[in-house]
Design a protein around this ligand. Structure first.
Ligand code: MRU
Length: 356
C-alpha cells in the first residue's frame, strides 16, 4: 500500500508475554514503545489515551484479556472463566464511547466460553484467546484496506480532502479508516491534498494525523479547527472524511469533538461528508446518537494541555471528548462491505443481515 520506507507505523505489537504499545501521548516528538504485562497496565493505557482510536482500543483490550488469562494461577477452568470475565468487565470501564472496546471484549468472552465448553485445558483455552486477539488485529488490517478500496472511487486526482482527529494507522491495526483511501490513492498515483484539523484539546490531528501522513509522504496541510469554514469557503475542500467511535442504528455518528461542527460546515458548503466505519464500530443495539455515552475528560486537558496553562485557574470547563453528528449531515458511511447511504436505518440493518 505504501513503499517500504513509508509503511504506516504499527502502534500495537503482541510479543507472547507482553503487549508492546507505541505511546501516542508522546508523538510526534518521541517514539517510545511501552511494554505492558498486565490487564491493569492495558486499562491505564486506554484510559490515559496512550493508545486511542476506536479499533486500536478494541485490539489493545483483547490483548489485555490474554495477559489476564495467562496470569490466572488457579487450576479449575470454571475459576479461569470467572477470572477472564472479571478482566473483561474491568477493561470495559477504561473508556465509554468507542463501541469497538465492548465488541472486542464480547468476542474474547465468547471465545473463552467456547473453549471451556469444548473441554479444553487451561493452557489450550488461554492459547485460544491469544489466537482470537491476533485475529482481531489481523482482521482490522484487512477491514481498513477494504474501507480504502470502497472509498477510493469517491476521490479524484487533485481533490482537497479534510479530516478530523486521527482515524489513521495509529488508531487501527494499520492504514486507518478515514486515511485508508489516502494511502491507497498515494499507491495508485492519485494526488489528494489532505487538510488535517488540529483537533483540540488533545491535538490528535496535529500530533498524529499530520505526523503519520507526512511520514508516508502524503500531501498534508495542518489547520486549526476553527479554520475549516474559511478553507471550505475558498473552495479548497471537495470532501470531508472522518472516522467514528460508534455509529447508532439510525446512522447518527459519534466521533471526536468538533466533528459535528465540521459536518454542518460541509453541508453549508455543499461538500460531501463521509464517515469511514468498520462494521465493528456500528452498534445496532443503540437506536440513535443521543443514547451513545459521551466521555467527559479532565478540565486540565483544556486549561493546561501539554504543560502550559492557557486559561485562568479555577475557570469552569466543559470537555466532552466526542460529539454526535445527526445522520442527516452524513452523505455516506463507508464500511469494509461497501458504501451505505440514507435511509441509514434500513440500509445498515440490511448490511448486517447480509453479513451475519
Ligand atoms: C479509526 S479511529 C476513529 C475514531 O476513534 C477517531 O476518529 C476518534 O475520534 C478517536 O478519539 P480518541 O479520543 O483519540 O480515542
Amino acid at each position: 500500500m505504501t513503499t517500504p520506507e513509508h509503511q504506516p507505523l504499527s502502534s500495537l505489537n503482541w510479543k507472547k508475554d507482553k503487549l508492546e504499545m507505541l505511546d501516542q501521548r508522546l508523538l510526534p516528538e518521541t517514539i517510545l514503545m511501552l511494554k505492558l504485562y498486565t490487564p491493569e497496565e492495558v486499562w491505564e493505557s486506554i484510559h490515559s489515551m496512550k493508545v486511542r482510536g476506536a479499533p486500536a482500543i478494541g485490539i489493545a483490550a483483547a490483548f489485555g484479556v490474554v495477559l489476564g488469562a495467562k496470569a490466572y494461577d488457579g487450576i479449575a477452568i470454571e475459576g479461569w472463566l470467572d477470572h477472564v470475565k472479571s478482566v473483561c468487565a474491568h477493561l470495559a470501564t477504561s473508556r465509554p464511547t468507542a463501541v469497538n472496546l465492548f465488541w472486542a471484549l464480547d468476542r474474547m468472552m465468547q471465545k473463552a466460553n467456547q473453549a471451556a465448553e469444548a473441554g479444553l485445558s487451561l493452557a489450550e483455552s488461554t492459547d485460544a484467546l491469544e489466537v482470537e486477539a491476533l485475529l482481531i488485529q489481523k482482521e482490522d488490517e484487512e477491514v481498513c484496506r477494504m474501507i480504502g478500496e470502497h472509498a477510493l472511487p469517491l476521490f479524484a486526482d487533485g481533490m482537497g480532502v479534510l479530516t478530523h482527529c486521527n482515524a489513521g494507522g495509529l488508531a487501527t491495526a494499520k492504514y486507518g479508516t478515514a486515511t485508508a483511501p489516502m494511502y491507497l490513492a498515494q499507491e495508485r498515483g492519485i494526488h489528494l491534498k489532505v487538510f488535517a484539523d488540529e483537533t483540540r484539546p488533545v491535538l490528535q490531528g496535529a500530533r498524529l494525523t499530520a505526523f503519520e501522513l507526512q511520514q508516508a509522504g502524503i500531501d498534508v496541510t495542518l489547520l486549526c479547527d476553527n479554520m475549516a469554514g474559511m478553507v471550505m469557503s475558498k473552495g479548497w475542500v471537495q470532501a470531508v472524511i472522518v472516522g467514528t467511535d460508534r455509529v447508532a442504528a439510525n446512522g447518527d455518528v459519534a466521533n471526536k469533538i468538533g466533528t459535528y461542527s465540521l459536518a454542518v460546515l460541509a453541508k453549508a458548503h455543499n461538500i460531501p461528508f463521509y464517515v469511514a466505519s468498520p462494521l465493528s464500530t456500528i452498534d445496532l443495539s443503540t437506536a440513535s446518537g443521543d443514547l451513545i455515552p459521551i466521555e467527559e475528560r479532565a478540565a486540565e486537558e483544556v486549561t493546561e494541555g501539554f504543560g502550559k496553562r492557557t486559561a485562568p485557574k479555577g475557570v469552569k470547563v466543559y470537555n466532552p471528548a466526542f460529539d454526535v453528528t445527526p445522520n442527516e449531515y452524513v452523505t455516506a458511511i463507508i464500511t469494509e462491505k461497501g458504501i451505505v447511504r440514507a435511509p441509514f436505518q434500513e440500509n445498515l440493518a440490511a448490511l448486517f443481515a447480509e453479513n451475519k
